[in-house]
Design a protein around this ligand. Structure first.
Ligand code: PRP
Ligand code: URA
Length: 206
């Protein structure tokens, strides 16, 4: 499945701001939150709705309601930066958490926490992580979600690269990916180039 790259000019301006090394954490947060909203609007474009009747102050008319519950799953930590931007759009969504940390020597994912709800099979699930580098973290998170019953998963990430996209295509070809960029690739420390550095450190100021 081809990733969707959000080319909207405002999204690309927010992306440039979070890439810039001089952007302080408070601005990094603001720009990543805005970018997350724009990515989620694209990722949620095909969500099914049901018709409902709405009584306005004047007459009854037709409106829409989401047909299925939404579950947001940030990969800790940096996925929280996308969640902060998106959750205000759908405050009734369920938030589940997956904790995964890359081993700094091997870049392999270490899963250290998981709290997933029982309703996954009935929900539209959005997996949130700003960075798709080797793809190890996203592949492991998607595996956990499927094992817990998720049937419809979409991955939302700010920056991706060919290696991570290939890993997801190999392990989870049924998971659509919405991103703001497909970068050149990984360096010898498995960081995305040009990338933006360590997303979690920059978001949380650590
Ligand atoms: C970063 C990032 C992704 C992962 C991407 O998290 O937020 O989760 O690396 O790399 P991958 O595609 O090669 O797995 P990190 O492991 O640094 O944890 P953190 O968010 O707690 O800083
Ligand atoms: N994790 C990050 O935060 N940045 C990268 O470039 C790769 C993994």
């Amino acid at each position: 499945m081809q990733p969707v790259v959000v080319q909207h000019p405002l999204a690309q301006c927010h992306l440039a701001a979070i890439r810039a090394v001089g952007t302080p954490s408070h601005d990094f947060r603001r720009h990543l939150n805005h970018l997350a909203r724009m990515l989620f609007l694209e990722a949620s474009r095909e969500l099914p709705v049901r018709e409902i009747s709405v009584q306005t102050p004047l007459i009854e008319t037709q409106g829409s309601q989401l047909a299925r519950p939404l579950v947001f799953v940030p990969i800790l930590r940096a996925g929280l930066g996308l969640l902060d931007g998106i959750l205000p759009l759908v405050p009734e969504a369920v938030v589940a958490h997956v904790g995964i940390k890359r081993n700094e020597e091997t870049a392999l994912p270490h899963a250290y926490y998981s709290n997933l709800p029982a309703c996954l099979s009935a929900a539209d699930v959005f997996l949130l992580d700003p960075m798709l580098a080797t793809g190890g973290s996203a592949c492991e998170a998607a595996r956990q979600l499927k094992a817990a019953g998720a049937l419809r998963i979409t991955l939302v990430c700010a920056v991706s690269c060919p290696e991570g996209l290939a890993a997801m295509e190999h392990a989870h070809p049924d998971v659509p990916i919405v991103t703001a960029a497909i970068d050149d690739g990984l360096n010898d420390k498995c960081y995305i180039v040009p990338g933006l550095g360590d997303a979690g450190d920059r978001y949380f100021g650590t």
